[in-house]
Write a new protein. Structure first.
Length: 71
């Protein structure tokens, strides 16, 4: 006798709207984490490399110079 799955030929169930919404929220959160990680990695590159790639706006901000004397 051969074994036949009880699920053979059954209609595939679709996730509920709550489950679908949770899956979408988790996917969006993962995408935001990936983007934050990439931005952090970009900020570690030297400014001249970022400028050559046209991505200078992603460099760490310059340290402001503070004058050591008053005029």
């Amino acid at each position: 006798m051969t074994m036949i799955s009880i699920h053979a030929g059954a209609v595939r169930r679709h996730p509920s709207s709550i489950a679908r919404a949770l899956l979408e929220l988790m996917a969006e959160a993962a995408k935001r984490r990936r983007i934050r990680k990439e931005m952090k990695e970009l900020s570690r590159l030297p400014r001249h490399l970022l400028r050559d790639m046209g991505l200078e706006q992603y460099a760490e901000p310059d340290v402001p110079t503070i004058p050591n004397h008053w005029r």
